[in-house]
Design a protein around this ligand. Structure first.
Ligand code: NDP
Length: 326
């Protein structure tokens, strides 16, 4: 049966309802994908709760990354044909057995990469890719701080930073998460639920601070993150898993050392087709070579998306979370 998990309205995880759907027909420029695996992301939580509006409003089929097999192509599609294994991130609409999507948002999955890994990494992996290669380009020999190191983006970033010769210091909630982060590229990991990470960073860097902090936690880490930076350092604020930063002042940047600050979003880094292809090529190469291992540590059936959201929101997950479509 073809079905979608529909968020009827913004709210808690119980807003999801299993709804039968007609297998959609691809229009001009679109492909129809029979999905095999769907990545779950924190942005899905924001869109479900209403912190970010669901594009197109509610009821909404959420979900922003997935993989599967092309079943049909619409008029004018030249790069794909039925049977191709493909993956995508954005636009939403992933929580379904089948979906149509513009062909220019889709990339082919190389043989060396599984559907599950592709589905788990198109959003999280491309985010790690642009953060560390473009947004603040971390250089070999540098030390940087990356919050939520044991999470989906965090575990990918740690391995990639290490491969680039960068010393990554992570933060994570709890001893086990810290140990996991250390096994995935982080030279050190601070348990920020128990330790004062600013104080620990001072000790680790001998008071020098770091040139960049990648912060997706937001509200609870933001003031401390600024204190971990060197003069002219870069505060990369790319998420708010603990809540929105509400009290940011430009003066905070001067007070903490003439800092720079950016609030990037993946969307802008892959808006052009050639940028999507280039970044996806880099990501798949890193996965295929073993430089970056995708750690799908939680899988759920598509119709158990509520449980997947509960786990992610409840800080119960590590690495990547995937919904499987049987
Ligand atoms: P994660 O797997 O990293 O999950 C979020 C983690 O944040 C949790 O596991 C938890 O780790 C930590 N956290 C700290 N405080 C809280 C809290 N109060 N509630 C819940 N979690 C908390 O998620 P993703 O990998 O999907 O995404 C990571 C972040 O990156 C998100 O904030 C997301 O919005 C952002 N993002 C931004 C993008 C962009 O382009 N700007 C693109 C993709 C993701 P711990 O227990 O170790 O603290």
């Amino acid at each position: 049966m073809a079905y979608a998990m529909v968020a009827e309205e913004p709210g808690k995880s119980n807003v999801f309802k299993k709804v039968s759907i007609e297998v959609p027909k691809p229009k001009k420029g679109e492909v129809l994908i029979r999905q095999t695996a769907i990545g779950v992301n924190f942005i899905d939580v924001y869109q479900r709760s209403g912190l970010y509006p669901a594009p197109g409003g509610y009821p909404a089929i959420l979900g922003n990354e997935g993989a599967g097999v092309v079943q049909a192509t619409g008029a004018g599609v030249t790069g794909f044909r039925p049977g191709d294994r493909v993956a995508y991130t954005m636009p939403g609409g992933a929580y379904a057995t089948h979906r149509v999507i513009a062909a220019d948002k889709v990339v082919k999955i190389p043989n060396a990469v599984s559907d599950e890994d592709a589905a788990a990494s198109m959003l999280k992996g491309l985010t790690a890719q642009y953060l560390i290669h473009d947004c603040y380009k971390a250089k070999a020999g540098e030390t940087v701080l990356f919050h939520a190191a044991a999470g989906g983006v965090g575990l990918i970033a740690g391995q990639w930073l290490k491969a680039k010769g960068v010393t990554a210091i992570g933060t994570a909630g709890g001893k086990e998460k810290c140990a996991l982060a250390r096994r995935h590229g982080y030279a050190k990991c601070i348990d920020y639920t128990k330790q004062d990470f600013v104080e620990e960073m001072r000790k680790i860097t001998k008071g020098n601070g770091v040139p960049a902090v990648y912060d997706s936690v937001g509200k609870t880490t933001y003031p401390g993150s600024l204190k971990c930076l060197q003069k002219f350092g870069m505060f990369v604020s790319f998420g708010q898993s603990s809540g929105m930063i509400e009290d940011f002042k430009l003066a905070d940047l001067s007070a903490n050392g003439s800092l720079f600050c950016t609030r990037p979003t993946l969307f802008h880094f892959i808006a052009e087709r050639k940028e999507l292809e280039r970044r996806a090529r880099m990501l798949f190469k890193a996965i295929a070579s073993g430089e970056v291992k995708i750690m799908v540590n939680q899988t759920f059936a598509l119709d158990k998306v509520k449980q997947a959201h509960d786990a992610l929101e409840g800080r119960k997950t590590t690495g990547q979370t995937v919904l499987k479509v049987e």
